[in-house]
Design a protein around this ligand. Structure first.
Ligand code: AMP
Ligand code: MG
Length: 413
């Protein structure tokens, strides 16, 4: 139960956000540009894999029957009538009682039905002594044994990791239709803000949120861009948003959403009537705006304190980006960790605290808190590697008990 009946829960707000997302038209990308994305077509192969019968070993191609009587003491000696290397473009052939030296991956000559590995021979050049019988089919990779021609290779919805990209390349696809990365544009609002690289005068604050949110959006899989700073000015904000609308699948602003007289984002966008400003039963991140601009471009208006912006991003924007990517699992993985200190939390509020997650020698996790409850603390946010989640109904976590932790893993992009 929320302490304040007017507060919406995090889960309720997330449901509204997710229901308010459309889908982005699939696009065609080259293989490496498609890495990490979900396939938006069913792909079948025109060619068989492997494309032709070929040798699994370096050795000698033989007719199995010719080697039937071979033993280490009495090897079968056969004349070597040629070499087949990988890359041979015409099929060679050999008659009964003969062999050809063959490399791994080279086409099996017509007339041969097995390969004796080099190590089971005397490695002869003009003739070769074979020290054991070869089974028919031995060391032969059959055409189509991996995937026959015409077979489905990958289905729509498949995630394209290195293995899947390898398969697409192997069957000759250089481009595929995928769910694209949502284009996320990030704007910081606040008349106190200046761009990084300028020395702040008294009262000025260097914009860090746009870096935080743009990086977090990229980390979530978006094609995110930092648009920059807009002052607390009604028409400048609307102009900035309007000029970006055609380029965006998602807009994110930070700042200007609380109750203050200068909270221009809230005022300006409330008037449009398509963005709703609500108070959520969470801490930090209580004031939130979400809605649509233009041709239903979703817009998130996050609070301006950097920690609030991060927590709000994690709670609402990240799952939205993942949904637009087509991912089934929208939430980050959590772990249970032993709290190393006591934490109090207001009833009815989901509290997110920054923490440092430790892996214990015994295999479990423990977590300590950093930064207190202040959501302006950027340095302590930078020293954290996780969020500790204290659920709505929990008012006290005693030291030594278990808490839910969201590790904020560094993505390799
Ligand atoms: P607001 O949500 O606009 O009331 O801002 C709350 C606090 O966050 C204020 O102290 C702002 O100066 C600070 N803040 C807002 N936007 C940013 C930003 N882009 N970078 C760093 N701090 C910010
Ligand atoms: Mg502000």
């Amino acid at each position: 139960m929320a302490a304040d009946a007017r507060l919406r829960t995090v889960d309720e707000q997330l449901e509204i956000v997710l229901a308010g997302l459309g889908s982005i038209d699939p696009i065609e990308l080259t293989l490496l540009d498609a890495q990490g994305l979900l396939l938006a077509e069913n792909v079948s192969t025109e060619v068989p894999l492997p494309g032709f019968d070929n040798s699994a070993m370096d050795g000698y191609a033989v007719r199995a029957v010719d080697t039937r009587d071979a033993t280490p003491e009495h090897p079968v000696v056969l004349p070597v009538v040629g070499d087949v290397a990988a890359g041979a473009t015409s099929r060679s052939g050999m008659g009964p009682g003969l062999t050809m030296r063959i490399m791994t991956g080279a086409p099996i000559p017509a007339g041969a039905d097995g390969v004796i590995p080099l190590e089971d021979t005397d490695r002869g050049v003009a003739k070769v002594a074979i020290r054991r019988p070869v089974q028919s089919g031995e060391c032969v990779r059959r055409a189509g044994e991996d995937l026959p021609a015409g077979a489905p290779a990958l289905g729509a919805g498949a995630a394209l990791g290195p293995q899947q990209l390898a398969l697409l390349a192997a069957i000759g696809r250089d481009r595929v239709i995928v769910r694209p990365r949502p284009r996320v544009l990030v704007i910081s609002t606040g008349s106190e803000l200046i761009d990084v690289g300028h020395k702040p005068s008294f009262g000025e604050v260097t914009d860090s949120n746009s870096y935080l949110v743009t990086a977090a959006a990229r980390d979530a899989g978006a094609d995110a861009r930092r648009i920059g700073i807009v002052p607390d000015d009604h028409s400048k904000l609307l102009d900035a948003l309007e000029s970006q609308l055609l380029r965006a699948d998602v807009l994110v602003t930070t700042g200007g959403v609380s109750m203050g007289a200068f909270d221009i984002v809230k005022q300006a966008l409330s008037e449009l009537g398509t963005v709703e400003f609500t108070r959520i039963a969470m801490q930090p991140g209580k004031p939130q705006g979400f809605g649509h601009l233009g041709d239903r471009v979703p817009i998130f208006c996050l609070p301006g304190n950097p920690v609030s912006a991060l927590v709000s991003f994690e709670a609402f924007v990240r799952p939205a980006i993942r949904k637009l990517l087509g991912k089934r699992n929208l939430q980050r993985a959590t772990v249970q960790a032993v709290a190393l200190e006591r934490v109090d939390s207001p009833a009815g509020i989901r509290q997110y605290r920054r923490g440092v997650l430790h892996r214990e020698a015994t295999g479990g996790y423990s977590v300590s808190l950093v930064g207190g409850a202040g959501s302006h603390l950027i340095a302590s946010m930078a020293s954290s590697n996780c969020l500790v989640v204290i659920d709505e109904e929990v008012t006290e976590v005693v030291a030594g008990s278990r808490v839910t932790v969201i590790p904020l893993l560094l993505a390799n992009r």
